[in-house]
Design a protein around this ligand. Structure first.
Ligand code: BTN
Length: 333
């Protein structure tokens, strides 16, 4: 099943009416009169709304009332009260998909998709960096964000860094958790991975047609199950889940906050404020000044991290001087 932020008008009308009449009983007849749709249509929408995880109670003679919201990242839940200009204003939601990156790529060139996000509850062929697989069971936040940036190719390497800064800030605001960043594109909690990102791009000469930022957040996942599956994979250093057991913050709060924060960093990139973003990233990087090794396509390089430059490249102090590394995995810490 899939939903968008621009279809399903009838369903959203009925749902919004319930949401603005918090816990009040509403009869099918009243809903039909006020919303100007047939009683059969009202009933069908209520069934659909229930199947999407919302709890609607029905009582004879009184009618229906909404008693619980859904945890699903449904398009209208993301766009409602979203305080951005472009980012996240159009949403495609899939219960299951191969990869949100694949779908985003099919629509990315269309001008109206600037800022669009593609979300899936579950991915069957999720993609990680460097052509790796990305395990994406229910409970995570798996999405791709399409951007038609004003800046040129020289700034694009900083997009995942900007994404990591925006996501770290959003996690702090939504969940009150201080996370760290790990070069190149990871977010960690207690030294274990809680989120990762990658960028697919299409450009001609210096001009970018589109960027697709793919983000995977281990929001509320079964860590043991995933660790069992991943423990032998390349660059595995442990997995963590963000939402704590006694926390009931819904995932939409974090996603909306990310979209707001990301739009802000995008504006900074458009203004050429690269140093500002690098500083924000550096503040959250806990490995600076430490000895590490990096696996690159030219083999393993060891040295002391000096932070990143304005292109997002890692600066490593080696026995042969400072080396700038653009692609690789930090393997020893
Ligand atoms: C990494 O750390 O290797 C990057 C992981 C990125 C995963 C996300 S989940 C949503 C989007 N769709 C994909 O297939 N991959 C990205």
């Amino acid at each position: 099943m899939s939903y968008t932020s621009f279809d399903n008008i009838g369903l959203v009308k009925v749902l919004s009416f319930f949401q603005t009449h918090d816990s009040e009983y509403l009869s099918g007849e009243d809903l039909s009169d006020v919303l100007k749709i047939s009683r059969v249509a009202v009933w069908k929408h209520i069934k659909k709304i229930q199947s999407l995880g919302y709890k609607i109670e029905s009582k004879q003679k009184l009618g229906y009332r909404l008693i619980n919201e859904t945890e699903k990242l449904l398009p209208w839940e993301i766009t409602k009260d979203l305080k951005t200009e472009t980012i996240g204003k159009r949403v495609y939601y899939f219960e299951e998909i191969d990869s949100t990156q694949n779908f985003a790529q099919q629509i990315a060139l269309d001008e109206k998709e600037n800022g669009t996000i593609v979300i899936a509850e579950k991915q069957t062929a999720g993609k990680g960096r460097l052509d790796r697989k990305w395990t994406s069971p229910r409970g995570g936040i798996w999405f791709s964000l399409i951007v038609h940036p004003k800046f040129d190719v020289s700034t694009s390497t900083l997009v995942p860094i900007a994404g990591a800064v925006a996501l770290s800030k959003a996690i702090k605001t939504a969940l009150g958790i201080d996370v760290s960043v790990k070069w190149p594109n990871d977010i960690t909690l207690d030294g274990k991975k809680v989120a990762g990102m990658l960028v697919d791009a299409s450009f001609q000469a210096n001009n970018i047609d589109y960027l697709i930022l793919g983000i995977g957040i281990n929001f509320d996942i079964d860590v043991k199950k995933i660790e069992k599956r991943l423990s032998k994979s390349a660059n595995f250093y442990g997995v963590n889940s963000l939402r704590k057991k006694n926390d009931s913050t819904p995932p939409k709060i974090l996603l909306r906050e990310f979209l707001v924060q990301f739009e802000k960093t995008l504006i900074q990139l458009n203004k050429g404020e690269k140093t500002r973003i690098v500083k924000e990233w550096t503040k959250r990087a806990d490995k600076i000044g430490k000895k590490i090794s990096i696996n690159t396509s030219d083999g393993k390089i060891s040295g002391v991290t000096q932070g990143i430059d304005n292109d997002g490249a890692l600066k490593l102090k080696t026995s042969k001087g400072i080396k700038k590394i653009f692609v690789g995995d930090v393997v020893l810490e």
